[in-house]
Design a protein around this ligand. Structure first.
Ligand code: M6R
Length: 366
């Protein structure tokens, strides 16, 4: 059932082009300029009247929530707060019936997320679920929702569940942007076509596997690793770091690139690889100067760059090229080489990739 792949995780990484396609099948009608999601359509007024959206989730799903914060604020101009479900539920949070809560969970069984939903409902908030497992507890507990349709994810490290969550959240943000008129029709249509081309771009970026394997060989022995990104790719940095620590047991941290000089820069020396997501559109000049700062301290730079980039190529130890797309859609692309990096390093270190120590696929206790 691994379909010829050595591990479920690798199979699931490679399934992403088709998983993303399945996620928007029947929902994304680019020629007509329509996004059809019944859970959103049936509750459109609730979303449009929402004073803010509160996103609750844990782990990788929380990272998808952070990407959604950029999407909803940037495209649909709706204020968003992203909360760790475990903190939210015990914080005596201020929730009202004018809030819309989005709960994101692959398994639909995460105890803290489920408890956060119950709490939000008790204050009269409308709760929308983004789940992968059909009929799961969270899918049943929420008022409405949208499934990710990623298919079963067996590897404990979440991969295709993450990119399909982002796909659903992108569809939602675009639908709301269109309904609110925060985006011109031509911009909206361009987005739909760009989104539609994502599976092909993911297919293309999967071809970076050989260079990523080479990078993995080089850095498999390190004890620490830093991941940096800005804007839409800041959550991707967090996700890259989580993936590496989870399956290879290397200590890794993700940071917004500009936060480096507020602390983590002290860690940089010739033994510290720094993975920088540095695609052309996301505050490129700023990230280039962050790379310079790392280089002048002898840090090792692995940069994820837009195809054809030459500036960063001259500065970095390794670059992984990814195809160009709208900035808001880059997380769907830049995540892929980071998944492959953690996978290969973990395999090279002899780790149990699909079932890392101390971790369970769904965390049903708090
Ligand atoms: O099933 P959920 O999406 O609610 O799970 C949340 C986290 O437990 C999960 O994303 C975890 O962080 C993964 N192992 C990450 O790869």
């Amino acid at each position: 059932e691994k379909n010829g792949y050595d591990h479920f995780m690798l199979k699931e990484i490679y399934e992403q082009p088709s998983a993303i396609l399945d996620t928007f099948r029947g929902r994304l009608l680019s020629n007509e300029g329509i996004i059809k999601m019944s859970g959103v359509e049936d509750n459109l007024q609730k979303f449009l009247n929402a004073k803010r959206i509160i996103i609750v989730a844990c782990g990788t799903s929380w990272h998808a929530g952070l990407v959604a914060e950029y999407l909803f604020e940037d495209l649909a101009r709706i204020p968003v707060e992203v909360e760790y479900a475990s903190e939210f539920r015990y914080r005596n949070p201020v929730i009202s019936s004018e809030d819309v809560v989005i709960a994101i969970s692959q398994s639909g069984e995460t105890a803290d997320t489920l408890a956060a939903i119950k709490l939000a409902k008790s204050f009269g908030a409308f709760v929308f679920g983004v789940c992968n497992v059909v009929g799961s507890s969270i899918a049943r507990e929420t008022d409405a929702g949208a499934y990710t349709h990623a298919g079963p994810e067996i590897g404990v490290a979440s991969t295709k569940a993450f990119t399909t969550q982002i796909t659903v959240l992108t569809l939602m943000a675009l639908r709301l942007a269109n309904a609110k008129g925060t985006m011109s029709t031509s911009e909206y249509k361009k987005f739909l076509f760009d989104l539609e081309s994502i599976p092909n771009r993911v297919e293309e970026v999967l071809k970076s596997d050989s260079i990523v394997t080479e990078i993995s060989e080089k850095y498999k022995g390190v004890s620490n690793c830093l991941y940096l990104g800005r804007n839409y790719n800041f959550p991707v940095a967090l996700e890259g770091a989580l993936k590496l620590k989870e399956i290879s047991y290397i200590h890794a941290e993700g940071y917004p690139a500009a936060e480096m000089k507020h602390g983590p820069i002290a860690l940089i020396d010739e033994n510290m690889p720094v993975v920088v997501i540095a695609t052309k559109k996301g505050h490129y000049d700023k990230i280039v100067s962050n790379i310079q700062e790392i280089k002048s301290r002898n840090g090792r730079i692995i940069a994820i760059v837009t195809k054809g980039d030459t500036t960063i190529k001259e500065m970095a130890d390794y670059v992984v090229e990814v195809p160009e797309t709208s900035e808001s859609l880059t997380p769907l692309i830049t995540t892929i080489p980071l998944q492959l990096l953690s996978y290969h390093i973990a395999v090279m270190r002899g780790c149990n990739v699909d079932q890392p120590r101390n971790l369970a696929k769904s965390v049903t206790v708090e």
